[in-house]
Design a protein. Structure first.
Length: 374
């Protein structure tokens, strides 16, 4: 999967050679990987492009170029490369299917994810057979690849579950399928914090708040202490941690929410959504949080005016909500008015349509709406 952060340094003697000086496809592939690991996208693209001129059907080359194009934001070009890799090697290699699932929607995405998971399951079985044959004297398999594959499988099942929380939430038996995929994700890797977080979101959609609180607590227990020791040691993306904050808000775990959002600000203070959620959290705390709410919401508003391309993290409803909250905080003046506004939030899970109520989209949209009295 594409790497979104991290720093690597290389000794001068180990610096990659220029693509023009390489003739062997294997060398070009190796150098492309070195450049990609160092986040040198232009150089990586040069190497893999030259490689594919020499061997247009190189599966690894196609997949690697697809990854690079995706990091450039060229989704259609990336998709074509992964689809070509599927044509050439349909029954081996799960990575291309997982990327195609990310780049697709609905049932098409589900088909790609499911194919990738099926390939991983078979690969895991082969690895276990190999381990048992070569390490018969030991009590457990020795292959670290098997452990890594279990994490990939867990993530794959999370991707399937997320589809049934969103695009496919109205499909027949969507709720049961979503729950089943989440349990599979946890079964394959109980240390996957993303799987426990997803379970919390799923349980909120079922109005099972206490169970949801247990799941998000389990997720935090896995990644938060390690993150506090080393912020580079976190397997959750920035966006996934924003989602964790949203779940904590839904469960009224406000101090935990503030802790997570503060850490996100330290990492990147140019994301409007984080400033907004901090303001929203302090607003929900009532009178004690009024001053902080005003501060963070004002920062969010200033950032929306400063940054032109913020749509990835902010939609028009959120922008309107920021303005409404600031107007209320400014006009109220009295702290107890703010407290009344926070106390009169709609009860979570109120929705007459039981079939659609369980979708996580309903619970997430609640954060994007102006608070109203019951």
């Amino acid at each position: 999967m594409p790497k979104t952060k991290g720093k690597r340094t290389q000794k001068r003697a180990n610096r990659p050679r220029k693509a023009s000086s390489l003739r062997n496809p294997a060398e070009l592939l190796d150098q492309a990987k070195v450049h990609l690991d160092a986040f040198e996208l232009d150089q990586a693209l040069q190497c893999v492009t030259r490689l594919l001129r020499l061997d247009a059907n190189c599966i690894e080359g196609l997949e690697l170029k697809g990854e690079i194009q995706l990091q450039y934001g060229l989704e259609e070009e990336s998709k074509k490369l992964f689809q070509r890799a599927v044509e050439l090697q349909p029954d081996e290699g799960f990575t291309k299917y997982m990327y195609l699932g990310q780049l697709s929607q609905g049932l098409v995405a589900m088909g790609y994810f499911q194919k990738g998971v099926d390939i991983m399951v078979k690969e895991h079985e082969r690895l276990l057979e190999t381990d048992c044959a070569t390490a018969a004297a030991t009590a457990t398999p020795s292959s670290t690849s098997a452990a890594e594959l279990k994490r990939h499988l867990s993530t794959g099942y999370c991707s399937l579950a997320e589809l049934f929380l969103a695009d496919l939430c109205m499909e027949e038996l969507a709720e049961q399928k979503c729950g089943s995929f989440i349990e599979e994700a946890i079964k394959w890797d109980e240390t996957n914090s993303e799987a426990h977080q997803l379970k919390a979101s799923y349980l909120i959609s079922l109005n099972k708040e206490e169970e949801a609180r247990e799941s998000i607590t389990r997720s935090l227990e896995i990644w938060w202490p390690r993150f506090q020791e080393n912020q580079d040691d976190c397997d959750l993306s920035y966006d996934t941690r924003i989602s964790a904050a949203r779940i904590l808000i839904e469960l009224k775990e406000y101090q935990r929410t503030v802790d997570v959002l503060d850490s996100l600000l330290e990492e990147d203070d140019q994301v409007v959504q984080v400033w907004y959620l901090l303001g929203w959290t302090y607003y929900l705390m009532g009178a004690d949080g009024a001053e902080s709410a005003r501060f963070y919401l004002q920062k969010a508003k200033e950032l929306t005016e400063k940054i032109q391309h913020f749509q990835k993290y902010l939609d028009d409803e959120v922008k309107a909500h920021i303005d409404e909250l600031l107007q209320e905080l400014g006009n109220a003046g009295e702290a107890e008015d703010v407290a009344d506004g926070a106390d009169n939030q709609p009860a979570e899970g109120e929705d007459d349509d039981d079939e659609a109520n369980w979708s996580s989209e309903d619970s997430e949209m609640e954060l994007d709406q102006q608070p109203s009295a019951e």
